[in-house]
Design a protein around this ligand. Sequence first.
Ligand code: ZN
Length: 98
Amino acid sequence: MASAVGPESGDAHDLSPADVEVITTAVLQQLDGRWRSNGFIAARCPYPHEHDHPGLHFSYNTQSGWGYCFGKHGKIPPAEMAQLCGATWTRVVRADAA
Ligand SMILES: [Zn+2]
């Protein structure tokens, strides 16, 4: 097991590596993601920008699942990333209120 990461770490989340991988795949496919050498993916921001292209002002951390917009959107939590790029969530079952 990995060493414990407390909620103080900033980028903490309770996702499994498999969950993060689901988001990573979605970022690559939905947001035109491109791998960078430092473990980040340069992609389009999942939120609208007037001008955007992969890596212009958005990076995704493949370790933590967090997205970072260097424009106006700031840090985007993994759960939000999953929703925004239409990731098929493995753990959170979407309850369709019918
Ligand atoms: Zn943005």
